[in-house]
Design a protein around this ligand. Sequence first.
Ligand code: PBG
Ligand code: ZN
Length: 322
Amino acid sequence: MFQRFRRTRLNKHLRALVRETSVSVNDFIYPLFVRSGSGIKTEVASMPGVYQMSIDEILKECETLKKLGLYSIILFGIPDVKDSIGSDALCEHGIIASSVRAIKETHPEMFVVTDLCFCEYTDHGHCGILNHETVNNDATLEISAQQAIVHAKAGADMIAPSGMMDGIIEALRSALDNSGFENLPIMSYSTKFASGYYGPFRDVAESTPSFGDRASYQMDPANRREAIAESIEDEAQGADILMVKPALAYLDIVREIKDATSLPMAVYNVSGEYAILKLAGKHELIDYNRVVMETMIAFKRAGADIIISYHAKEVALMLQNV
Ligand code: PBG
Ligand code: ZN
């Protein structure tokens, strides 16, 4: 006697009935890159379909996103001026604060997440204040708390610290609580690896470090136990949502953290992962739409509740057409 697994595969309605995992437009957060000026919409060479946009263009983009049913975005800023401490990120007239205010005024129903880091704002491109050649953890916590308050006052709906500083969640939670923002959620980039997959992002965000790399604060891709411990530590410090980043090469880590926490889990399907599929699709090496959808299903199957992805608009369109 053997099991006839094919019995439930022979009819497409039955296949739909027994399908364990699904992807919905509600699962996505779409990344947007904002810079000053007007009428600016510059495509990034390494990421076809991804643009640096001025605020007026971002407002138009939100209109498009809403029509697709995409209401959640995560904002990255490219400031006019960079300096050693990333002052633009600490200023209520900085690029992110100005964008958040404009978006929430024109599209109050959008859910605006702000990436909280310093690498896009510092002239050295590292994720915090430098002490000689390394990032000073505790000094960076202080300015990160300031940045969180700037985002919160501008109207951000959720803060997402991505700099991998120790103690950041506790620092942000207490700063937000002390300023009356106790209901503002924190989505932590809790397990973020030092990854080559971020290459194209650093082009679009203009945030490549001017010297060295991020290995003294981002995680070693080889470490599994540490990856789990970092996320669980952020849960203990008060994170509302945990994250694994990048996504594709780390789905084992997604599953393990998911099994170790009851918090919602996000994956960041990063720039290099996007670029690889785009290029393979362009050269007709793969059936692009099919591979994108298969990839999104894999994230959900691994345990992701939320997918941050440059593919979000394409996926929303695909979901409309099924
Ligand atoms: C900044 C930040 C990075 C990404 C999101 N926030 C890059 C980095 O650490 O260099 C990567 C996103 C992507 O590759 O799509 N801390
Ligand atoms: Zn950073």
